[in-house]
Design a protein around this ligand. Structure first.
Ligand code: NDP
Ligand code: OXD
Length: 309
């Protein structure tokens, strides 16, 4: 019985050490099997290579090395009904909250406008605005969306959140359904995307949604690039519907060198770092879940294949 680690660009040694420190004693390998290996029981992966599963007949669970699981479906769905388990927070909620708060404060304090004024050597103060007048809408009120909504709210901003099902979070105006979203967009100063990428959400941030936004809004994408129709975003920026966008994720990553986002004056680009996977807390969560599975229990962070998140 063993663990297979399959994640290009991650240091397997660091993960093995972290798992050991978390009390997991199962044999660990990062060598992909070239023939069926029934001893491999648990897969820890980010963007698994194609055809990996055919050599894993004894697989009992797939652990995503991220909060999202869309990367597991890129080469076709994982086989059968093998449970898929994702990271829940594991140190990411704090990072997301910092990133989102930075973007919200930047828009509130009009840093983008001041940046433009600086480039023109223009000394031109803008009127002050109270935080409570800035309306923030968070798409997705899951582990990360809820943390972001609470953090932003704690700084005095007016916060709404949109989820698939009705939710109740103290101090947050929780919405669901398309009609509620359409109404909220018209009052939104900062739109933050924290949805999972699913069949329902792919491409949903497009011209129709942008047209409903309050003119001059800021758009922050810290979920997945494929949620957004990129040419529609460029159009919304160029027509002034959106004042500026803060983008951490892209349809193609790394963002290609010739991509117009790199040089657009209304776009801030970061390289998918809004919330990075932290080896220590993530390994602890995975080790606890493996122990639960070994004891016949239900792991935390189980993904619904039907819903895609
Ligand atoms: P969760 O699964 O905890 O939350 C997902 C939320 O989205 C839930 O509130 C869910 O609603 C809502 N949702 C799902 N589908 C729909 C829909 N069709 N319409 C409306 N709401 C919907 O995910 P996390 O908060 O843990 O993570 C969110 C995403 O953040 C990840 O999937 C990943 O893509 C991204 N991410 C990006 C990182 C980065 O560095 N840029 C790092 C980590 C994650 P309900 O509550 O009703 O179920
Ligand atoms: C994640 C990510 O899903 O880093 O965790 O994008």
């Amino acid at each position: 019985m063993s663990i297979l680690f399959a994640s290009r660009g991650d240091d397997p040694q660091a993960w093995e050490t972290a798992l050991r420190e978390a009390g997991c004693t199962l044999p660990f390998t990062a060598e992909l099997p070239s023939a069926p290996d029934p001893a491999i029981r648990y897969l820890l992966t980010w963007q698994p290579p194609a055809r990996l599963y055919r050599n894993l007949p004894g697989l009992r669970a797939i652990f995503s090395l991220g909060a999202g699981v869309d990367h597991l479906f890129e080469n076709g769905p994982p086989p059968g009904d093998i449970p898929i388990i994702r990271l829940r927070d594991a140190g990411m909620a704090g990072q997301m909250s910092e990133y989102a708060l930075w973007a919200v404060i930047g828009h509130h304090r009009q840093m983008h406008a001041y940046r433009r004024r600086q480039q023109e050597r223009r000394w031109a103060p803008l009127p002050a605005r109270p935080a409570a007048k800035i309306r923030v809408l968070v798409l997705g009120l899951g582990v990360l969306g809820e943390a972001v909504a609470n953090t932003v709210r704690a700084q005095g901003y007016s916060v709404s959140g949109w989820a698939r099902r009705p939710r109740e979070i103290a101090g947050i105006d929780c919405l669901h359904g398309q009609a509620a979203l359409a109404t909220a967009l018209g009052q939104t100063d900062v739109l933050i995307n924290l949805l999972p990428l699913t069949a329902e959400t792919r491409g949903m941030i497009a011209s129709t949604l942008f047209a409903r936004l309050k003119p001059g809004a800021c758009f922050v994408n810290i979920a997945r690039g494929a949620h957004v129709v990129e040419r529609d975003l460029l159009q919304a920026l160029d027509s002034g519907v959106i004042d500026h966008a803060v983008l951490d994720v892209f349809a193609e990553e790394p963002l290609p060198e010739q991509h117009p986002f790199w040089t657009h004056p209304g776009i801030i680009v970061t390289p998918h770092i809004a919330a990075q996977t932290l080896t220590g807390p993530s390994a602890r969560q995975i080790a606890e879940n493996i122990a639960l599975l070994e004891a016949g229990g239900t792991p935390d962070g189980l993904v619904s294949r039907e819903q895609g998140y």
